[in-house]
Design a protein around this ligand. Sequence first.
Ligand SMILES: C[S@@+](CC[C@H](N)C(=O)[O-])C[C@H]1O[C@@H](n2cnc3c(N)ncnc32)[C@H](O)[C@@H]1O
Length: 292
Amino acid sequence: MHTGETEASAADGWERARQLNLANWNERASVHGQDRYYDMAGFLAGSSSLRGTERRLCGDVAGRDLLHLQCHLGLDTLSWARLGARATGVDFSDVAIGRARLLAAQAGIDATFVQADVLDLPADLGDAFDLVVASYGVFTWIGDLDLWARSAARALRPTGHLVVVDMHPLAQMIEQRDPLVVDFPYADDGPHRTSSESTYANPAAVLRAQTTVQWAHSLGEIVTALTGAGLRLELLHEHLSTDRDDRPGVFALGDDGRWRLQVWDQDLPVLFSLTATKNCPAEGIRSVQARG
Ligand SMILES: C[S@@+](CC[C@H](N)C(=O)[O-])C[C@H]1O[C@@H](n2cnc3c(N)ncnc32)[C@H](O)[C@@H]1O
């Protein structure tokens, strides 16, 4: 998956990286949604795309304003809406946002979808959400973690919570389990250009926009970016198993129906999850209460 080629120039590289990734995600958004990974037919028949981890961490979302970052086809955003959240999904892919809006209309669900870069959210999304949620394929697409963390923090109301569930950086390092191939760094060493004609949610599709740029981010870098944006970490879990095959060919299915990443009979972490709150100074809390 990873070629390991590191780009030298950062500033120009970022805009070029964004263009490459956008072209790739637009194409993926047009071919995803036909299989069990993004099961649109099942969703329209009433099923939820949410998994237990984010459900538990978000708690009861009924009546809460929820922002779903990097929402892709909108299945999770709309699943949160079905649970009673006032849900908004954001993605930089116009194709994804178009499909999400269409799905909302087909399902008769009231939700808002905004085409925007997560690193540059529209001002009217600021200070507007009780929950900001991002999951399963988030940080590898982000070159500037500090900017991402500031965006998420800005969207939260003073008492709001950020919930993240993402691939564990250790699992991202591993391209193949047997024999073991490790071809991606644990921590950020700059952009990595990758080329692949296939996509995880539609193996039959052959992509034209094959080149993407991804970044490695260690758990320490992620937590430091969030706390640097004024968020207070509440919990950080490292998961040794998961309920879906997030890395076909790398994760293996156990007798208990859970997927694991086993190297030399030891379980490596497959996902991490965290929640954080906005670090609200006493003055800020008083002014919010006064408004309420
Ligand atoms: C792996 S998908 C996330 C899937 C999503 N969690 C779901 O369950 O449907 C990654 C998403 O991030 C979006 N993305 C990547 N970079 C972005 C950026 N800078 N701003 C906004 N969205 C971005 C892509 O368009 C894609 O939809």
